[in-house]
Write a protein that binds this ligand. Structure first.
Ligand code: BEZ
Ligand code: FE
Length: 259
């Protein structure tokens, strides 16, 4: 199908569905003007990435990767920064000297989808702090904390030390938050650690690990929780750390799309 034919079909279908909703819900001119102003406000506030990642990305991820081999992925979200440093052992994410939050160590293996270990796979890890804030996005945090990249060893093993993040709300003071409140929805995301696992010849895996004790696992505003992604940090005898394990299996790179 040509690009024009696909645009005609897809955009035409989206518009038809909007027209059907207007008829079904008997939309008034007042509501139309409110929606128009809200769309303008989202653009002016720079919240299109936020809005799309909260309400749309999960459906795209499920559609694109629904039949992928290997580990489950989920949404990327808007808070990834690509230039985090590769960390030296002992692979501790940078943090403030007085960083709040329970210490945690997680470890596991990166393999291909046949269980063969992948040496030199990269785990790009980032997460919110114990107040639910992300460095690089909330100016009260030092830049670069709670972000870093870790490489696997010859057996495909990795180990990361950090603190447990807290659940957080999506920003509530802008138009996306206004929409959530107008509809009476919860603005919360459960506590999670983001990871992108990548290795040559394999599909990058964009995923999140959800802390089993977190609130909102069954009411995530971004609809991104999957049961396979829930992890179980537990106290480790003889240390003040919680620990959990998680193995990642990467699918082989898809053949280049044929036109
Ligand atoms: C996140 O996981 O960081 C996220 C995802 C969607 C919207 C906002 C944040
Ligand atoms: Fe997040």
């Amino acid at each position: 199908m040509t690009d024009t034919a696909r645009a005609d079909r897809v955009i035409g279908d989206i518009l038809s569905r909007i027209h059907a909703a207007i008829r079904e819900h008997d939309i008034t001119y007042e509501e139309y003007q409110t929606a128009k102003q809200w769309l303008i406000d989202v653009g002016e506030a720079g919240e299109w990435p936020l809005f799309l990642d909260v309400f749309v990305e999960h459906a795209v991820e499920a559609q694109v990767f629904g039949d992928r081999k290997g580990s489950q992925g989920t949404i990327l979200g808007p808070y990834h920064l690509p230039d985090a440093p590769v960390l030296d052992p002992p692979h501790e994410l940078p943090r403030r000297p007085d960083e709040e939050g329970d210490r945690v160590m997680f470890s596991g293996r990166v393999t291909d989808d046949q269980g063969r270990p992948i040496q030199g796979a990269e785990l790009d890890v980032w997460h919110a702090d114990a107040k639910g804030l992300y460095s690089g996005f909330d100016p009260s945090l030092p830049p670069g904390i709670l972000r870093g990249k870790v490489l696997t060893d010859a057996e495909g093993r990795y180990e990361v030390r950090t603190i447990l993040p807290a659940p957080y709300t999506i920003p509530e003071d802008g138009p996306t938050g206004a929409l959530v409140h107008a509809a009476g929805w919860s603005p919360w995301r459960p506590a999670h650690i983001h990871v992108i696992v990548s290795a040559e010849g394999h599909e990058p895996l964009v995923t999140q690990l959800y802390i089993d004790s977190s609130d909102y696992l069954d009411n995530d505003v971004a609809n991104a929780v999957k049961p396979e992604l829930i992890v179980h940090p537990r106290p480790q005898e003889g240390t003040d750390e919680l620990t959990f394990t998680y193995d990642f299996a990467l699918a082989r790179e898809r053949a280049a799309a044929t036109v």
